[in-house]
Structures are given as C-alpha cells and as structure tokens.
Design a protein around this ligand. Structure first.
Ligand code: FMN
Length: 142
C-alpha cells in the first residue's frame, strides 16, 4: 500500500510492543504512532476505573458514539452494554459529553467506570505500569 502514496506513512493502531514497531518499519513505515500502550504509565491522567479496565486482558472493546457523539473505541462498560454502543439518538459531537457529565461524575465519585469513556485501542496487551520514557525506550528499535 505504501506505493499508493508519495508521502511518508506513519503506522498506527494496535502497535503495542517492539516487535510490532519493527514489523511496521520493516514494511516501510516512516514512523509508528502508539497510543493505548501508554495509558497505564504514571504520567497519563487515566482515572482509576479506566486503569482497572485496561488491566483486564479479556475486556472487549467496541466503537461507541455514546460518550462524545463521535465514534471512538472503548472498553465495553455498562452504558455501552445497556444502550448499545452506537445510537442515532446520541447528541452530536461534542455535545454527548456534557449530556452525560452528571451521571458520569456521580458514578466516578464511587470509583465506577460504568458511565465513563474507557478509551482503548484494539490491542491493550502492551499497557504497562512503567514510565513513559521507559516504555518508549522498550518500543524503540535498538
Ligand atoms: C485516550 C485516547 C484518546 C484518543 N483520542 C483520539 C482523538 O481525539 N482523535 C483521534 O483521531 N484518535 C484518538 N485516539 C486514537 C489514536 O488515534 C490511537 O490511539 C492511535 O492511532 C494509536 O493507536 P493505538 O491506540 O492502537 O496504539 C485516542 C486514543 C486514546 C487511547
């Protein structure tokens, strides 16, 4: 696919370890973007319920528009299960976020992530409780 464009390509999505980074570079990517793997780093502002969900290696993820009004991937929680993850009735981006804010705040006050966005990509296995610098050094080609 790289031949189809004449600009540098950055690989993104599901890359969570050094082998994934190496593979993307071997296939010709100019760089690799990693997001989800950093969510357990102490520098990340990830809340406790979100951290707990990320540590559950069996937790399924789905695209949902319930939290912001736009489609984004998160770990399935009570709101997504009970309403269905994609709803035409969700307020349009970014209004869904403020519509949900009181319920979310109420649940988070007791440590619950039932009504919070638990953002995560398709590969959460690279999430580690180490500093972002350390994780970056582990991901970088040696
Ligand atoms: C907390 C969080 C917030 C994100 N917010 C956005 C966003 O606002 N817009 C967007 O296009 N992608 C967003 N993403 C998805 C990133 O584009 C994605 O993490 C990146 O492509 C790397 O993929 P990976 O998370 O599988 O490593 C977000 C991801 C996370 C984990």
């Amino acid at each position: 696919m790289l031949q189809a464009v004449d600009v540098p390509v950055i690989a993104a999505g599901g890359v969570a370890d050094a082998r994934g980074v190496e593979a993307a570079l071997a296939l010709g990517a100019a760089g690799v973007q990693v997001g989800t793997a950093y969510l357990l780093c102490p520098e990340a502002t990830t809340r406790p319920a979100h951290r707990a969900a990320l540590k559950d290696t069996d937790a399924p993820t789905m695209l949902t528009n319930l939290f912001s009004g736009g489609a984004a991937r998160g770990i399935v929680n009570r709101l997504m299960r009970e309403l269905g993850p994609m709803r035409a009735e969700a307020p349009e981006f970014p209004l869904a976020s403020s519509a949900l804010a009181p319920l979310r705040a109420w649940a988070e006050a007791s440590g619950s992530g039932d009504f919070s966005p638990l953002w995560a990509g398709q590969n959460t296995l690279g999430c580690r409780e180490i500093s972002a610098a350390e994780l970056t050094r582990e991901l970088a080609p040696h």
